[in-house]
Write a protein that binds this ligand. Sequence first.
Ligand code: G6P
Length: 608
Amino acid sequence: MCGIVAYIGQRPAKPLLLEGLKRLEYRGYDSAGIAVINGKLNVARSVGRVSMLEEKLEGLKGFEGSLGLCHTRWATHGAVTEHNAHPHRDDRHGIAVVHNGIIENYAALKTWLQERGHVFSSQTDTEVIAMLVSELYEGDLEKAVQAALREVTGAYAIAVVCEKEPDVLVVARKGSPLLVGVGNGEFIVASDAAAIISHTQQAFMLDDYNVVKLTRTEFKTTDIHNTPVTPKVQQLELDLEQIELGSYPHFMLKEIFEQPKSLRACMSGRMDTREGRVVLGGLNTFAKELTRARRVILTAQGTALHAAMIGRYLIEDLAKLPAQTEYASEFRYRNPVIEEGTVVVAVSQSGETADTLAALMEAKERGALALGVINVVGSSIARETDAGVYLRVGPEIGVASTKAFTGQVAVASLIGLFLARRRMMSAGDCADYLRAMETIPEKIEKILEQAPKIKRITEKYVERENWLFLGRGYNYPTALEGALKLKEISYIHAEGMPAAEMKHGPIALINEGMPAVFIANKGRQYEKVMSNIQEVRSRGGHVIAVATEGDEHIAKYVQDVMYIPDIPEPLSPMLAVVPLQLMAYYAAVARGHDVDKPRNLAKSVTVE
Ligand code: G6P
């Protein structure tokens, strides 16, 4: 999703802004641009990578100032062209604007501004903000921004500069995240902490409708009606090491290998194996409501939805509570029935996914208790929930979600056990599950040792354009996740489905050598999965199985096996997904793709 970095201080803005933009590259984008005030406003934009913008800037003068802003754009309104890239500018007053989000009433505002003589050069909604601020400008940028935002509906994080006020940067937020890093005689504003952390650890997050006026020495926060607001400056909980590659070639591989560590952090202090008790401090306030809950609806998008599906199986199976999962985007507009005693759980790595946020708000309005399973602390969804559990897996930079997925499944499992204990599960049974959960990090370490073998297996099939991923029960969502991972970064067409569903249509696709990945670990449906494997084999398909260590029998029926250690079935997705993550990674590398910057994808999608 789009990224913003803005700077006001003593140092040259350009290198600092470009460094910040590179740190936000992981969010996904298709064009980039920069504006620096150096006596006058200078703007440069380019389609493609930040490095292309950098090359362009090498030949340009005027970018030497210490006030500026920049942006990576992920196209929503208007094609990927230089004209549509941000910053957008107005030449009456020399105003430049960068924006994340969507201005919903932009068409009406555009007509109004055109009638007043403003000439637009892009198809974006953002240009409307530049023109509107200009139209309302009477010598005070802060006031003009406040006035403009009073006219705007939609979501935004914006940064604005004006060449007539070379000592002022104005930023504002509604719906899209924005942080102000407080340095020594300087401020760095960014969409996420990754662009700030190398300069300062002190920062505050804007709340909705906050407008911050920054000079080189101080900041002043108000709302759009100019009422003063006091933000809370906090220490950023982020290490540079967490957002740097270290010795890994890609963030995705780093994060796959980080999973033993991230899961230890996620589970630490939350499992009392002696008492057979799950300790989720975030849910304590609502313990009574949770004990009385009659239905759990888990809502999410993408990878987070797959984690939610596993949570649903667990809650039904172990807590014997009706549970369902919903695409947040569908749930919101379906006029959903929320009965008394409904708990809605929004699952999201970023905590900014617009569909998930909207679904949560809808459910809250209809009286549900709103919980969150979120990674990014203080994110929009986290703020809107009544209570929740953070993943604590650290920042996830790879666009293809990996460690956040296993973290989401771990937290969903803990919530399932938490509910189960409050209903009918004995302390002894719960303790058994918790002890099994404790072994997951070391079991993932064992799977990761097989990475070279998984790479070899993947490379055998990497030329094939169509793959199937099949699983049953708890590992049906794992199959969906395996297929999604492969699609996202290798651009191979892959379908995930319940293994039994294959014979109701998709079996027609199977031809000689078509790869079919089966999750065939030991469990209630093992024999059934084995039959499905035979159905593929007898039609010429090549089967790659994820099987339980010690299952020699399966090797006779499939072309390739990737082994995972034994674990109680409800917990097995956290192991079974790891070989699939590695397969997707190695397939993308073998095909020569940029794993961390897959085409068309954004790390968090803040538009519905
Ligand atoms: C985007 C990302 C996916 C992610 C989904 C939900 O589509 O590309 O990787 O799973 O959003 O994101 P969230 O931040 O809500 O987990």
